[in-house]
Design a protein around this ligand. Structure first.
Ligand code: NAG
Ligand code: NAG
Length: 266
């Protein structure tokens, strides 16, 4: 009797084990710590087809997982606690098409943060973060469409000069809405910066440069004038002394001296 019960229990256990293996193999395998991987079939008929998807959403992550498989096509890291994206954070993921970093606390994108993704990445979500300063070097080589909305952008001359230096899809930059600005009186706060073609936030800096240039030129001018004045004064003194010396000599001696000077010159 007990042997029969044992047998039934074992059978059930084996059955569930087989089921579990079956499930894991076909749906969600835990591949990267705290992330779920799936071999999707394209999800909703997207044009870019299937491939591996890694979901690490809402996991309180403070760092980007380093064990994402290198054939992954989509990575979801939204709703975590990331604060910065270091250089080369995703190199090796050369098949990545979509990267979602939205709803984190990202304040900084280091130069080369997305290096290695240039030829594959099509969509980059950086919305709802804490980005204020635009670092064009972090987007080097990237031609993706980026979502840069819902960030506290600080619009200043640096940002204005940085914008033309990125290859992102131009529509991405319309997501830069100024929360603060420098100079403040330009009143671009709350506006999509790219859509304000007349605003020149570099005008103040240009003015400052002009003033600095003027000060330097004035300084040089003063130095030249003082030198000239000094030179003339010193010469006058010399000339006066020489004249007095000549006067103090008997006239004949003076003449002979003059002739000797001439002979030496000749
Ligand atoms: C992924 O890495 C393995 C070795 O770690 C390598 O053999 C393979 O070619 C790589 N695949 C891609 C798509 O880069
Ligand atoms: C960008 O992100 C915001 C917030 O995360 C979202 O509401 C919006 O639809 C996104 N825009 C695009 C073009 O995907």
């Amino acid at each position: 009797m007990s042997i029969l019960i044992d047998y039934v229990v074992m059978c059930l256990l084996l059955h569930s084990l087989v089921l579990m293996t079956f499930c894991f193999n076909n749906a969600a395998t835990s591949c990267s710590k705290r992330c779920y991987c799936s071999e999707g079939e394209g999800g909703g008929g997207g044009g870019s087809g299937g491939g591996k998807t890694v979901r690490c959403s809402n996991q309180k992550l403070t760092e980007i997982p380093q064990d994402i498989p290198n054939d992954t096509r989509r990575v979801y890291l939204d709703f975590n606690l990331l604060t910065s994206i270091p250089a080369n954070a995703f190199t090796g993921l050369s098949h990545l098409v979509e990267l979602d970093l939205s709803h984190n606390d990202i304040t900084q994108l280091e130069s080369g943060a997305f290096r290695g993704l240039g030829s594959s990445l099509q969509f980059l979500d950086l919305s709802a973060n804490k980005l204020a300063h635009f670092n064009p070097d972090s987007f080097e080589g990237l031609r993706a469409r980026a979502n840069l909305t819902n960030n506290p952008w600080h619009c200043d001359c640096n940002l204005q000069m940085a914008m033309p230096r990125v290859d992102l899809e131009p529509v991405s930059l319309t997501g830069i809405v100024c929360q603060t600005s420098d100079p403040e009186e330009m009143s671009v706060q709350g506006l999509a910066f790219l859509l304000e073609p007349d605003v020149d936030l570099c005008v103040v800096m240009k003015r400052t440069t002009d003033v600095a240039m003027l000060v330097v030129m004035f300084g040089w001018f003063t130095m030249v004038i003082s030198y000239l004045v000094y030179y003339v004064r010193a010469n006058q003194e010399d000339a006066r002394r020489h004249l007095e010396y000549l006067k103090s000599l008997p006239s004949r001696q003076a003449k002979s001296e003059e002739s000797s000077t001439i002979s030496t010159v000749v």
